[in-house]
Design a protein around this ligand. Structure first.
Ligand code: TGC
Ligand code: FAD
Length: 401
């Protein structure tokens, strides 16, 4: 079979995944309908091409209008501001569908929804919401979120980016790094300290003098997602661009709650794609006269994959229920992000082994998912930082410092 035919054969069946505990029964009819439309659209427009985009280190920004039209950007924002007014569980379902195709695509959508639209929606003025949210919901404007700095990743409270009050505007200086969407974003939500050292969110717009967004190249991970820096050299930011309703580190951390929630659901999508690929291959590939899926060592891998996916699905579903009831804590979100990304990366690595040499090729999605998940396990709080969040929660003692 040619490479292209194999790839298309894989794409054609990639969405028949197992649902071992009938978790689908826990979803509403509306959630399943939305999932089908997102799945069908991605199956046509993204899945057949994603390997090539990743190989070419190409971010498929041409998908943005279609993604916006289907409600993939900030679906939890109310209809009044261009969103769909959906609950968080539905947001999770959508993130899972996108990440089934690629974590980089999910990144593009979750940054837009949780890290750009959410802070404007939750902390913005009425004028900011009216100006930015409808255009962000359709994807006419794309955004990025600048918290991480060259010297401050896990510890954002140490950030050096700062602004001074110049009477009729703020003057912003500093730099952010590792910023998803930055190379093409029209809008950046930038976290910076004022003269008193208090953290505030500023909406910085492309075209403001002194604001540049150099791209970061040479990535082995999230190659279909654009990552860059944000550099501020005496940028004059209008006063009406400061997010007025929340300040302090809790403001960006509140956005991370929303994004980490989406990742907890999303990573399961990547894991399902890997599991299904390995399961299918194990039944088709024959060695020593029998399908490799008939050997206990391969069955152990597959049985453990489906067990971990099932646990992850239930964790995400219950977290969704808590979030929709307004009861999900930062610590619960943290546990789900950590667990589900960890099981996804382990499943991607194990699934890659099930395919032997074929597993390293772009004919199958396994190496791409595994490499992508190396970023996902680091961004939005590293695996170890989330462990420390749980540790602090159960002991009451911080081990961060
Ligand atoms: P800590 O003392 O714990 O908290 C500082 C203040 O914030 C409050 N707070 C929250 N408020 C609202 N929502 C939350 N979730 C909150 N969590 C904490 C807290 O009560 C406190 O308030 P106050 O009034 O007492 O001052 O802060 P800390 O400096 O000890 O740091 C804690 C730590 C390490 C857990 C936190 O800094 C952290 O989470 N670090 C990880 C950094 C991180 O996740 N960065 C992500 C950058 S964005 C990104 O990666 C996008 S990837 C994009 C993609 O998806 O493609
Ligand atoms: P560091 O904080 O330097 O950590 C290095 C290691 O030390 C880690 O293993 C960490 O767990 C460990 N460590 C740190 N502190 C402790 C401690 N107290 N105890 C024990 N171990 C510790 N950021 C944004 O703001 N916006 C974005 O859009 C964004 N997108 C990203 C996209 C990609 C592809 C990547 C890779 C990153 C992105 N990030 C973004 C940045 C990401 O959030 C950071 O990389 C992450 O928070 C970790 O920071 P760091 O890389 O500086 O690692």
């Amino acid at each position: 079979m040619s490479t292209t035919t194999q790839q298309n054969a894989h794409v054609a069946h990639r969405y028949e995944h197992s649902d071992y505990y009938l978790v689908d029964d826990l979803l509403t009819e509306e959630q399943k309908l939305i999932r089908s439309s997102v799945r069908d659209w991605l199956n046509i427009h993204a899945a057949p091409h994603i390997n090539q985009w990743a190989q070419d280190n190409h971010c498929p920004t041409h998908l943005i209008p279609g993604m916006g039209e289907l409600g993939m950007f900030g679906p939890f924002v109310s209809e009044e501001y261009g969103g769909m007014g959906l609950d968080y569980s539905t947001y999770g379902v959508i993130m899972q569908e996108i990440e089934r195709v690629d974590s980089g695509l999910r990144s593009m959508a979750s940054v837009q929804g949780s890290l750009v639209m959410y802070p404007i929606y939750a902390y913005g003025s009425e004028a900011q919401k009216k100006k930015f949210l409808p255009k962000l919901a359709t994807g006419e404007w794309m955004g990025c979120f600048g918290l991480t700095e060259p010297n401050h990743g896990s510890n954002p409270s140490g950030m050096e980016t700062h602004f001074t009050d110049e009477g009729d505007h703020y003057l912003l200086n500093g730099a952010k790094t590792w910023i998803s969407n930055s190379p093409f974003a029209q809008v950046a939500i930038v976290w910076a300290k004022n003269e008193e050292g208090r953290i505030h969110g500023l909406i910085v717009e492309r075209g403001m003098e002194g604001f540049t967004t150099p791209e970061i190249h040479n990535k082995w991970s999230l190659r279909a997602s654009a990552t860059g820096e944000l550099v501020f050299d005496n940028v004059k930011v209008p006063k009406e661009n400061l997010l007025p309703k929340k300040s302090g580190l809790g403001a960006p951390l509140g956005c991370l709650d929303s994004a980490r929630f989406g990742i907890a659901w999303g990573a399961i999508g990547a894991a399902m794609d890997c599991y299904y690929t390995a399961l299918t291959y194990s039944k088709e590939r024959t060695q020593f006269g029998k399908p490799i899926g008939s050997y206990q060592l391969q069955q152990k891998k597959l049985a453990e994959m489906v067990t971990e996916i099932t646990k992850g699905q239930l964790l995400a579903w219950r977290l969704g229920q808590l979030k929709d009831q307004g009861k999900a804590t930062t610590q619960q979100i943290s546990m789900a992000k950590r667990n589900n990304v960890n099981i996804a990366i382990n499943i991607a690595r194990e699934a890659r082994q099930v395919l032997g040499g074929m597993g390293i090729t772009g004919d199958y999605p396994l190496m791409r998912h595994a490499m992508n998940l190396e970023s996902v396990i680091t961004y939005e709080g590293t695996h170890d930082i989330h462990l420390l969040i749980t540790g602090m929660d159960v002991t009451g003692i911080s081990a961060f410092r």
